[in-house]
Design a protein around this ligand. Structure first.
Ligand SMILES: Nc1ncnc2c1ncn2[C@@H]1O[C@H](COP(=O)(O)OP(=O)(O)OP(=O)(O)O)[C@@H](O)[C@H]1O
Ligand SMILES: [Mg+2]
Length: 398
C-alpha cells in the first residue's frame, strides 16, 4: 500500500523493451516504475511486493496477459492489485476478455501520452482511496472492539465494588454483634467465677445472646445470598453454545423449567409465540433472561401471590423477534424506573432480594444476545419488559 509521500509503485509488463521504455518515460517523475518482460516474472514480482498498479501487455509469448491477470485475481494475496491492460488489439471482444479476466481498464496502443497519464493517475487515486477506506474501517473495528472491552471492564468494576459493599455491610454487622456478645460473655464469666452472678445477669445475657445470634445469622445469610446471586450473574457464558432454534420451542421449555423450579406458587404464566420464528442465538442465555423476568413478576408485581404473567413473542419486520413479558401488577415508581438496571438496586432488600436480576437481564440482552431491552411501567398498572432479539447473534461479545 502506498502511504504518505511515498510515490506509488507501478509494474509495467511488456515483452517488447521498446514499449516498456516508452511507458516508463511517460510516467517518469510521477511513479516508481518496475518492469517485467514475461508473465511468470510479472507474477513473481507482484507476489514479492504488490505494486499499486500493473500495466499489463496482453500479447506475450508463453503466458499471455489474460492468464497473468486471471492468476493474480485468483490469489487472495494479489487479487486487490489493480490491473490495466495495454495492447495493440482494438477489437471489442479483446476488451471484454480483458475486463472479464478482472482488469479494471484497457489502454490501446499506440498511446496518447496525456490519456495514459490521466488514466494511470485516476487508477492510482482510486487505489489510494480504497486503501485508505480499508484502513479506516480496520481502525474503526479495532476501536469498537476496545470500546466494548472498556465498557465491560467498567461494568465489571462497578459490580465488584457493589459486591464488596453489599457484603461488607452485613459482615460488619455480624462482626460487631459477635464481638459485643463476646465482651458480655467475658464480663458474665468474671462475675460467675467471683460468685457475683445474679439471675438477672444471666437472663440479660441470654436475651442479648439470642438477639446477637439472630443478627449474626441474618447478616451472614444476606452475605451468602449476595455471593450466590453474584455467582449466577457472573456465570461464564462459554458453556452456552450458539444454536439455530425455534423461539416458541425455547420459550415453552423456559416457562416449563421456571414453573418446575417454582412449584406451588400461584402465578399463572401465559405464553403466546408466533409459529416458526427461527433465531440463531444462545438458548441458555434466553432461558436465564426469561427466568429473571418471571422471578420479578412473581416477587414484585404480585408480592402477595396470585396474578398472571404474559409472555408474548412476535416476529419483527426485517428479521428477529420481539419478546414481551407483561404483568398487570404493582408497577414501578417513576423514580425507581431509571434505576432498575443498576447493580444492587432493589426495593425488597428486607425480603432477601439482591437487585441483580435486571442487571443480569440487561447484560445478557446487550452483550450475549446482541439485542435491546426496555422496561415500561406505571404504578398500579403493571410492567412490560420488551426485548428485541436479532435473527442472528453473529458472534459472542468478546
Ligand atoms: N415486574 C415488576 N413489577 C414491579 N417491579 C419490578 C418488576 N420488575 C422489576 N421491578 C423493580 O425493579 C427492581 C430491580 O429488579 P431486579 O430484578 O434487578 O432486582 P430484584 O428482583 O429486586 O433482586 P434479584 O433479581 O437480584 O433477586 C426490583 O426490586 C423492583 O422494584
Ligand atoms: Mg429480580
Amino acid at each position: 500500500m502506498s502511504t504518505g509521500a511515498a510515490r506509488p509503485r507501478v509494474l509495467v509488463v511488456d515483452d517488447q523493451p521498446v514499449n516498456v521504455k516508452a511507458l516508463a518515460a511517460l510516467l517518469a517523475g510521477e511513479v516508481d516504475a518496475v518492469f517485467a518482460t514475461d508473465g511468470a516474472s510479472a507474477l513473481a514480482k507482484v507476489r514479492q511486493a504488490p505494486p499499486d498498479l500493473v500495466l499489463l501487455d496482453v500479447d506475450m509469448p508463453g503466458m499471455d496477459g489474460y492468464e497473468v491477470c486471471r492468476r493474480l485475481k485468483a490469489d487472495p494475496a494479489t487479487a486487490d492489485v489493480p490491473v490495466v491492460f495495454v495492447t495493440g488489439m482494438t477489437q471489442t471482444e479483446d476488451e471484454e476478455k480483458g475486463l472479464s479476466a478482472g482488469a479494471i481498464d484497457y489502454i490501446t496502443k499506440p498511446f496518447q501520452p496525456a490519456i495514459v497519464r490521466a488514466r494511470v493517475r485516476n487508477h492510482l487515486e482510486l487505489k489510494r482511496s480504497r486503501d485508505a477506506l480499508v484502513e479506516s474501517y480496520r481502525r474503526l473495528e479495532a476501536a469498537q472492539a476496545s470500546l466494548v472491552q472498556a465498557e465491560k471492564m467498567a461494568s465489571l468494576g462497578q459490580l465488584v465494588a457493589g459486591v464488596a459493599h453489599e457484603i461488607n455491610t452485613p459482615i460488619g454487622i455480624a462482626l460487631t454483634a459477635a464481638s459485643h456478645a463476646g465482651e458480655k460473655a467475658a464480663v458474665l464469666g468474671e462475675r460467675f467465677r467471683g460468685g457475683k452472678m445474679t439471675r438477672a445477669d444471666l437472663e440479660a445475657f441470654l436475651a442479648l445472646e439470642g438477639e446477637s445470634s439472630s443478627l449474626i445469622l441474618s447478616s451472614l445469610a444476606r452475605s451468602a445470598a449476595v455471593v450466590e446471586r453474584f455467582k449466577q450473574v457472573a456465570t461464564d457464558q462459554a458453556a452456552d453454545a450458539l444454536a439455530e432454534v425455534d423461539l416458541g420451542v425455547q420459550l415453552r421449555e423456559g416457562v416449563r423449567l421456571w414453573e418446575a423450579a417454582h412449584a406451588g406458587v400461584s402465578l399463572e404464566v401465559a405464553l403466546s409465540c408466533a409459529d416458526g420464528i427461527r433465531l440463531q442465538t444462545f438458548p441458555a442465555a434466553l432461558r436465564r433472561l426469561l427466568h429473571a423476568l418471571l422471578d420479578n413478576v412473581l416477587g414484585h408485581a404480585y408480592p402477595s401471590g396470585g396474578g398472571r404473567a404474559e409472555v408474548v413473542a412476535v416476529p419483527r419486520d426485517g428479521g428477529g423477534a420481539e419478546l414481551r413479558v407483561t404483568d398487570r401488577g404493582a408497577g414501578i415508581a417513576p423514580a425507581d424506573l431509571a434505576r432498575v438496571y443498576d447493580p444492587f438496586f432493589t426495593t425488597r432488600r428486607g425480603a432477601g432480594y439482591v437487585g441483580l436480576g435486571l442487571t443480569l437481564a440487561f447484560n445478557l440482552v446487550s452483550s450475549t444476545l446482541r439485542g435491546r431491552i426496555g422496561v415500561e411501567s406505571a404504578p398500579g398498572e403493571g410492567t412490560t419488559v420488551r426485548v428485541e432479539l436479532p435473527a442472528r447473534v453473529t458472534a459472542p461479545a468478546g
